[in-house]
Design a protein around this ligand. Structure first.
Ligand SMILES: CC(=O)CC(=O)O
Length: 247
């Protein structure tokens, strides 16, 4: 393998890359998002400086089903995020994500610093209930339920699209070969070329079970604010560094 071949490999193993170069297009990505009020101390403990909590101590727990994702295939994902601000700008900070497909776990961690671990999420419609579950090491640690298509947001799709396009932030941590810290950054990205196929709101419930290696319940549910179901296409572009902890 030549130097040029090595430097143009999209990912490891260079001989059989895990994921291709981007950009990455997602078609008909389906979400169940349950926004809730959580404990202010727990929220502060999960949120890295210089991000600040947005008013209301809001977090959300989400399930995502991705049937057609360029480079990554067909997979599902689940995890929690905090509604925050960066220098006064509203953003979503991703706390933890669980999925069962190796390329998006690896690419997500290596490129954007998504906080991804292996877990088994499922999002499905069971009779009249949109139902999300997450299993970690064979134990069910999360269940979310939402009424199905009770309130359409058909007349607000522009607002839904603008919300999806806002700033998202991850904490990227990569160790050096000597075990020290090589990369410690807040990484920002904004989804592009967003098309909303449909969006609905409705009643929702969320049950999170404490587990030491899958800490979804460490942002406890105090009050459910809303359930949102949406189906969208978008492109996930590369990110940019918002804050470098080593600078
Ligand atoms: C590849 C990614 O990190 C995107 C996702 O799985 O949401």
């Amino acid at each position: 393998m030549t130097r040029d071949e090595i430097l143009s490999a999209p990912s490891m193993p260079a001989f059989s890359p895990s994921y291709p170069h981007g950009p990455y297009r997602f078609i008909r990505r389906e979400y169940l998002i349950i926004t809730y009020e959580t404990d202010p101390d727990a929220l502060r403990a999960a949120l890295p400086e210089p991000l600040e909590p947005a008013p209301g101590n809001l977090a959300y727990y989400e399930w995502m089903k991705m049937p057609d994702s360029s480079g990554f295939g067909d997979y599902e994902e689940s995890g929690s995020a905090i509604v925050a601000t960066y220098n006064g700008e509203p953003c979503n900070y991703s706390v933890q994500m669980y999925l069962d497909d190796e390329p998006p776990i690896t690419a997500g961690r290596e490129i954007w610093g998504f906080p991804k671990k292996y877990g088994v999420p499922r999002l499905k419609l069971t009779k009249d209930t949109l139902t999300g579950t997450l299993h970690y090491d064979d134990e069910r640690v999360a269940m979310g339920t939402m009424t199905y298509k009770h309130r359409s947001l058909e007349d607000q799709l522009d607002k839904v699209r603008d919300g999806i396009g806002q700033l998202n932030v991850n904490l990227k941590l990569i160790p050096d070969v000597d075990g020290g810290v090589k990369v410690a950054q807040l990484v920002g990205y904004r989804l592009q070329d967003i098309r909303v196929h449909g969006a609905w709101e409705g009643e929702a419930r969320l049950h999170l079970i404490p587990h030491v290696n899958c800490r979804v319940a460490d942002l406890p549910v105090r009050r459910i604010v809303r359930g949102r179901h949406q189906i969208v296409d978008f492109t996930l572009p590369y990110g940019h560094v918002l804050h470098d902890y080593l600078a």
